[in-house]
Design a protein around this ligand. Structure first.
Ligand SMILES: Nc1ncnc2c1ncn2[C@@H]1O[C@H](COP(=O)(O)OP(=O)(O)OP(=O)(O)O)[C@@H](O)[C@H]1O
Length: 240
């Protein structure tokens, strides 16, 4: 059997020291297999963003292990981590970070070109990624010529382009209207159904309902991890 796409083992992240020390994550264990979409929920300050940043090698744990596709990020040289992050991980954050002077297709092709793929091949993959998120016809528009929802879809296409096996999303629907937000989640869900692994931080039970599993954090600890059928009902009834 192949290694899980993502495995956190006993991950602790401390910030500051002395009296000001904060335990952002406390001995967190989490496994996400290929084909699985896992939602992370919890109150403000519970450690959701820290978890996502550590899973995406944007931050390092104070102790514990982070394995991506079976490779331990915590012992890997920084250069190898950067390559793995570029090739294997896709990030969808609220801050879209599309480059204003590049068209949609150029923005999506950029990570591939940075990875040494020829411009022509990168554009072909980028066009397919734009098609998958339903904005193929906007390929030659600049970000300022697109609506917020269209920009978000372009950002998702950029996160999914190429062979990204692990997709990390932090409130990817942001301020989008609910129809566009659902479309964005549908793309993420489809990608996981096609074999990627996904980790989705969200405050909204309606969005977590797209996941196979929900992990609840409180004060940096996983307090519950539950299949969606059981959790969705209780979450929706409490309005969490
Ligand atoms: N760089 C930092 N320095 C000090 N404390 C930090 C730092 N980053 C995060 N923290 C603290 O770690 C804890 C977890 O923060 P984190 O941002 O992961 O929570 P969150 O669940 O994503 O919150 P929110 O839902 O409000 O975004 C909080 O107490 C936060 O104040």
């Amino acid at each position: 059997m192949s290694a899980p796409e993502l495995q956190l083992i006993g991950v602790t992240r401390l910030h500051g020291d002395g009296g000001g020390r904060v335990t952002a994550l406390d001995q967190v264990d989490l496994t996400v297999e290929a084909g699985e979409l896992v939602a992370v929920m919890g109150p403000s300050g519970s450690g959701k963003s820290t978890l996502l940043n550590i899973a995406g090698a944007l931050d390092r744990p104070s102790s514990g292990q982070v394995l991506v596709g079976g490779e331990d990020l915590t012992t890997m040289p920084a250069r190898a981590v950067a390559v793995l992050r570029r090739r294997r991980l896709g990030f969808v954050f609220q801050d879209l970070n599309l480059i204003p002077s590049l068209t949609a297709v150029e923005n999506v092709a950029l990570p591939l070109e940075l990875d040494g793929i020829s411009g022509r091949v990168a554009k072909k993959h980028a066009s397919e990624a734009l098609e998958a998120v339903g904005i193929h016809d906007l390929a030659d528009r600049f970000p300022e010529e697109m609506s917020g929802g269209q920009q978000q879809r372009a950002a998702i296409a950029r996160a999914l382009v190429g062979e990204r096996r692990l997709v990390l999303a932090d409130e990817p629907t942001g301020a989008l209207d609910s129809t566009t937000g659902d479309a964005v989640l549908q793309v993420l869900r489809q990608r996981c159904d096609d074999g990627a692994a996904g980790l989705l931080v969200t405050h909204e039970a309606r969005h977590a309902a797209w996941a196979d599993r929900v992990v609840f954090l409180r004060d940096g600890k996983v307090v519950d991890s539950t299949g969606i059928s059981a959790s969705a009902e209780s979450l929706l009834s409490t309005g969490a």
